[in-house]
Design a binder for this molecule. Structure first.
Ligand code: S3P
Length: 442
């Protein structure tokens, strides 16, 4: 079991159904994390609405409370953050426990490296296996003193009181978490910190810094900040998370007779790989009422069932859909012909090894799915009945729940407690939309 609590959750999904109606999935996880971080360091009071009340974001919120920030809520997606300014955080009296949340740990490592106090950060069994060298190596180049285990995994011990200096860093992988970590450290570093990405990744940190009045410079694939600036409190309206909407987009695309509208979904161009890929597969997706909310583009997305075809997924779409592949693999399993994914080795170091775990689950359901070192080859066909193990990975659990819409019999999914890390209320919303899904505590 991948989470530390004693009980866990099994999903039992009945076969069949179609998705209908208008639904709003919870707030964007990436934007919610950043709203707490920047709100805490700002001068003044930041009001957040649409905040994702998932366990990952609560871990970030509690970490800032433990460092002396007064935060009201969350209540109905509303959070009020009483900013303490760039230099107002206090030493926590205990290690910061960040649960399953890689984003919390990687972004915080950049901020913590610049504080005057020492901090230790730890996580659950899954987070304790995730690579941290990708942040500790460049942070050390900036002058940070930070320790991991011998294999580069958490816990992280950050020594305070270091003077950081800006660097010009070319990231070896396309990672928004690494980019954001270094930009956050760069707010405190002497001189300029520049990060170059091999391919575009989500730019919520850059957008939100600008929203808090902090100048950010972008030149092509390079983004730079000057240290020593200030953040000014603002209002943040968090859109619905396109990564959570994805399960319903895929479910509606594959289940005959479906017609669903997903409301107020963030369609930031660095996040819409799932829309681009599903359209290439022949999905019927319509963006309606495109508008802007709090510096981020949003739209309502209508999805109707259609016949999908297998494709070779363009590699440039991979970082733009990095969290959506578990669901996209289910779409591929329902498509006519072969779908080939390459250039996605990052999937092996997510909350689980998403290539292996998805391939194992699909094979258990009778699908022809062959994992490769950096992707998967899936031949579409029938999805059978059976039991799959989500390995405590929220996105894998929800993806297989959607597969039941077209399965020949029920699907049982084990180790699903972590769905609460990103999508509290998933089971109720899925049932409202047309799934027949039960969560059983074991
Ligand atoms: C995130 C970046 C991505 C993504 C994660 C959230 C972020 O991780 O998978 O769920 O909020 O910056 P990587 O930077 O490791 O690709």
């Amino acid at each position: 079991m991948s989470n530390s609590s004693e009980s866990n959750v099994i999903f039992r999904a009945a076969a069949g159904g179609k998705l209908q109606g208008h639904i709003r999935v919870p707030g964007d996880k990436s934007i919610s994390h950043r709203s707490i971080m920047l709100g805490s360091l700002a001068e003044g009071v930041t009001e957040v609405s649409g905040f994702l009340e998932g366990e990952d974001n609560i871990a970030t919120l509690e970490a800032f409370r433990a460092m002396g920030v007064q935060i009201e809520g969350p209540a109905d997606g509303r959070v009020t953050v009483h900013g303490v300014g760039m230099h107002g955080l206090k030493a926590p009296t205990r290690p910061l426990y960040l649960g399953n949340s890689g984003t919390s740990m990687r972004l915080l490592s950049g901020l913590m490296a610049a504080q005057p106090f020492d901090v230790e950060m730890s996580g659950d069994a899954s987070l304790s296996k995730r690579p941290m060298k990708r942040v500790t190596d460049p942070l050390r180049l900036m002058g940070a003193v930070v320790e991991t285990t011998a294999t580069g995994t958490p816990p992280l011990k950050v020594k305070g009181g270091q003077k950081l200096h800006g660097i010009d860093y070319v990231m070896p992988m396309a990672s928004a978490q690494v980019k954001s970590c270094l930009l956050l450290a760069g707010l405190y570093a002497a001189g300029t910190t520049c990060v170059t990405e091999p391919a575009p990744t989500r730019d919520h940190t850059e957008r939100m810094l600008a929203g808090f009045g902090y100048p950010v410079e972008r030149r092509g694939n390079t983004v730079c900040v000057q240290g020593g600036g200030r953040l000014t409190a603002t209002k943040i309206d968090v859109p619905a998370d396109i990564s959570s909407a994805t399960f319903f987009m895929v479910g509606a695309a594959i289940a005959a007779g479906s017609d669903i509208v997903l409301e107020h979904v963030g369609i930031n161009p660095t996040r819409i790989g799932v829309i681009n890929i599903l359209r290439l597969m022949g999905a019927d997706l319509e963006l309606r009422n495109e508008r802007e909310a709090g510096g981020e583009p949003v739209a309502d997305i209508r999805v109707r069932a259609s016949k999908l075809k297998g494709i070779r997924i363009p590699e440039e779409q991979v970082p733009l859909a990095i969290d959506e592949f578990p669901a996209l693999f289910v779409a591929a399993a329902c498509a006519e012909g072969e779908t080939v994914l390459t250039g996605a080795e990052e999937l092996r170091v997510k909350e689980s090894d998403r290539i292996q775990v998805m391939a194992d689950g699909l094979v258990a359901l009778g699908v022809d799915a062959r994992p490769t070192p950096d992707g998967m080859i899936i031949r579409g066909g029938r999805i059978g009945s059976g039991q799959v193990d989500s390995h405590g990975d929220h996105r894998i659990a929800m993806s297989f729940a959607m597969a039941a819409l077209v399965a020949s019999g029920p699907i049982t999914i084990t180790d699903c407690a972590n769905v609460n890390t990103s999508f509290p209320g998933f089971v109720a919303l899925a049932n409202r939309a047309g799934l027949t899904l039960q969560a059983e505590i074991v």
